[in-house]
Design a protein around this ligand. Sequence first.
Ligand code: SF4
Length: 694
Amino acid sequence: VIEMGTPEHSVVTTCAYCGVGCAFKAEMRGDELVRMVPWKDGKANRGHSCVKGRFAYGYASHKERILKPMIRERISDPWREVTWDEAIGHAAAELKRIQTKYGRDSVGGITSSRCTNEETFLVQKLVRAGFGNNNVDTCARVCHSPTGYGLSTTFGTSAGTQDFDSVEHTDVALIIGANPTDGHPVFASRLKKRLREGAKLIVVDPRRIDMVRSPHIVAEQHLPLKPGTNVAVLTALAHVIVTEGLADEAFVRERCDWDEYQDWAAFVSEPAHSPEAVSERCGVPAEAMRAAARLYATGGRAAIFYGLGVTEHSQGSTTVMAMANLAMATGNIGKLGVGVNPLRGQNNVQGSCDMGSFPHELSGYRHVSNDKVRGEFEQAWGVSLDNEPGLRINNMLDAAVEGTFKALYIQGEDILQSDPNTAHVSAGLAAMECVIVQDLFLNETANYAHVFLPGSTFLEKDGTFTNAERRIQPVRQVMAPKNGYADWEITQILSNALGYPMAYSHPSEIMDEIARLTPTFAGVSFKKLDEMGSVQWPCNEAAPEGTPVMHIDGFVRGKGKFVITEYVPTDEKTGPRFPLLLTTGRILSQYNVGAQTRRTANVVWHEEDRLEIHPHDAENRGVRDGDFVQLTSRTGSISLRAKVTDRVAPGVVYTTFHHPDTQANVVTTEFSDWATNCPEYKVTAVQVSPSNGP
Ligand code: SF4
């Protein structure tokens, strides 16, 4: 049911769902939001939107939203509503008590990719300057941290290389580990338009996603690889490009480290990396890999678009570097229509990474051990900062189980539902003496919380989000915070109660501080955003209008770096007990763990999670379409309905993860990316058996 009415005024703001970053006019009648209208001047969406941004805002006034702070002594106690003063006072006293008893490093914080840049910046500042350690992490840990590692290593910066407009110049699109139709619908429309104009498409995905065959679009090649073999397939493509003389050596000589390229070229040329050698292991016909490689290298301007099917693997960072190798080897970088383009998940996952949410980096991806950079922050913040990286979220949970980590401040993130190996997350949370959750709803993580601080929605605050194309966009307050405070204000009040003073009167002042301390944001201000509508970083003296396409004249790191990407099979193995491989993804109508979309008054949002299973595998197990099945792995078991379909290959099953009662992360494993600990959500050995339902 969509409520409509005659609007009286409107406010332009930015969607808080995915990393496309569509701009909307929020139309109001008094204090009531009556309609979200896609804004025609939005640079990322040009008047388009998907159903989530347009209709799924009802959660802001959902009856389950918590508007009063609450505390309790033990997690078995009932919640007790208290004043903001009492809640913040209690949280600050507990944090101080715990640090006095267990040491400075026994506490930490988690930033949110749903919150604004300014709010994220403040949480990491609170941890570094207020807590006095670097124990800060972000939900990007569990999605795009390998993008940061891989693109920083090869190109020198942790971000996608192009703007969305660039796709209008693309001749060949290679989509790997992404399903843009469901995950990034407005960008998918732009890509589909280009494909209908004649651009060619290669899809590398275990599942036959919509874009493999949809109206007026047929992919030239679909490589339905076995989950976990991305690196082997990409190295096989590189083998074809190098051994068939398709590399752009002139580009490589000019722009990249030639010695490293030669080492890499010798590596990929080995017979063991040929399509024929890896075909059986990857489940992809050799000829399809050869055809895809030739098309990518010779079909004109070729762009790679990728998602979590790349990053959420034990070799996530390796896969990102393998894609960068391909782009550099073929000269597909530094101009329109090409590049390596992560399709970011959450609305501000790019921004939360940019703002220094990782335990080893200050804003702008500068390492905490860099004395000069750290000195600038120390002078601005009036404290001395730790020069050692802090704990990642998984390390915090491990330390909690071991008894050395005792308190966590979590802003806008449901780690119990969204992080892997739910049993381990709950054990870690249960072992802590003070868990402070700041959120809209009593989420699953709040079951382990001692303090609940009601959060604010994107409609209730000013700030900025940064989308997948590095575009910093305004978020503008549409209505007063129903809970009393925007999230940045809550962090500020908590910091003051802890004894580290903060005195911002508006988020624009936080952005001014970000700009002073972050060279890639040096030219960003609310005033500029008001004038330009949005701007893409780097935005500074060298690029006052921002930077739509990166690495045009040279890589940020100087010479592009080729990295040898050895394929290492995951430790997660199939066998007689668990013979199938589970991989996961999203549907259009739901968003991540569904906290917002499940609380919107429209039946389409309640579409359940189902397990896609190939007809052969279903028949072997006596499973029919719509039956309940038990999905069991080494770590856990859930019950959900089956959807029998040949979208997945035999041996592969697939589900979404939007509902707490069919929580796929009960079955996912503890394995993670070797470089960043991004969980390996996309490969889990499982068994499927008939079930009578939950
Ligand atoms: Fe929002 Fe993404 Fe949909 Fe745009 S495509 S309306 S940003 S969810």
